[in-house]
Design a protein around this ligand. Structure first.
Ligand SMILES: *Cc1c(COP(=O)(O)O)cnc(C)c1O
Length: 316
């Protein structure tokens, strides 16, 4: 009953969330997390074992594991020194050895480098190769309306919604290739939603994305990019920590390499215990194809102040 009463609201949520990635309400399935979204996609797609999937060398390790579990073969997309997709190289790969699909990590979790997703989407479209975008770190952070064929993400990161909810959004041409494990009499991508679901979480995400829309997604993006610039300027070189991203990268995510002999996990614990500052210690196992050592990640949100960032610099 409560779920039926919320149906109008949930449909608005589907519409607004799908709109953020340039698709429509019927193209969206609420799922449990970003990982659940990717697993749902791969399970439904039923691609032949051994099919090649091009992804960044810095791919998120759990995504590589998902591809492997579905019998798919990850192959590296050409990148530059920063791990950003090299568009000429991508164009050559698509022309000479087109993979079954391209999987692009829009903003990695271990490095605040924004991938040129719209450009990759245009190349993929011209080559007839589907583009799947992992937007777990980019929804609510940067522009996600880039022309991908499939976009998936989560509520709990930059959309600041509740845990336990994610989304899988697919264009009708891809949705038509997906087969639900258990046939459901729900239309479009809703056939891939769990019927026993975290409905309160879906409502919470709908409320969050409503606030995001009211704040103005472009204003949120500008603010986050400004916070990233400020954070990198303040933190680079402090006590020997060095910033990984270019200072003007249009993301808020800021990652720091430690000086020699400094333990990242211990630093994270110290900043939390002594200063109440929450950062993330990320080991190279997160993205083993790219990371050569651990980093300390700062993910300041729109409410972060200059004083917060100065306090972090002082605490470091
Ligand atoms: C967090 C994250 C995921 C997984 O999201 P969950 O909702 O925790 O499953 C996937 N990809 C990237 C890049 C992430 O940062």
């Amino acid at each position: 009953m409560a779920e039926a009463a919320a149906e109008g609201l949930l449909q608005q949520g589907r519409s607004v969330l799908a709109g953020l990635v340039g698709m429509a309400a019927a193209d969206l399935a609420f799922v449990e997390s970003a990982q659940a979204a990717f697993a749902t996609l791969l399970t439904g797609w039923r691609l032949p074992a051994g099919a090649r999937v091009a992804c960044l060398p810095g791919e998120y390790a759990p995504n590589i594991a998902q591809l492997g579990a579905h019998g798919l073969r990850p192959e590296p997309l050409p990148v530059n020194d920063l791990g950003r997709a090299d568009l000429d190289g991508v164009a050559r790969l698509l022309e000479t050895e087109p993979p079954r699909f391209v999987h692009l990590l829009h903003v990695p979790s271990h490095r605040g480098v924004l991938q040129p997703a719209a450009e990759v989407a245009a190349l993929c479209r011209a080559a007839g190769v589907p583009l799947v975008l992992d937007a777990a770190q980019s929804l609510g952070h940067v522009d996600t309306d880039v022309g991908a064929d499939v976009v998936y993400g989560t509520s709990r990161k930059w959309l600041t919604g509740p845990r336990g909810v994610g989304l899988l959004v697919a264009r009708p041409a891809i949705a038509a290739e997906l087969v639900p494990v258990v046939p459901a009499d729900r239309a479009g991508m809703r056939a891939f939603e769990s019927s026993e679901a975290h409905v309160a979480g879906r409502i919470g995400l709908t409320v969050s994305v409503g606030e995001h829309l009211a704040a103005g997604p472009d204003r949120v993006r500008e603010r986050l990019a400004a916070i990233g610039r400020t954070a990198r300027g303040l933190l680079d070189g402090v006590s020997g920590w060095t910033v990984v991203e270019p200072h003007d990268e249009p993301t808020a995510t800021t990652t720091l390499r430690p000086p020699d002999g400094v333990d990242v996990a211990a630093t994270r614990a110290r900043l939390l215990a002594e200063h109440g500052i929450v950062l993330t210690a990320i080991g190279p196992e997160r993205a083993p194809g790219e990371m050569t050592g651990p980093v300390l990640r700062v993910s300041p949100h729109v409410d972060a102040t200059l004083e917060d960032l100065e306090a972090l610099a002082a605490a470091l």
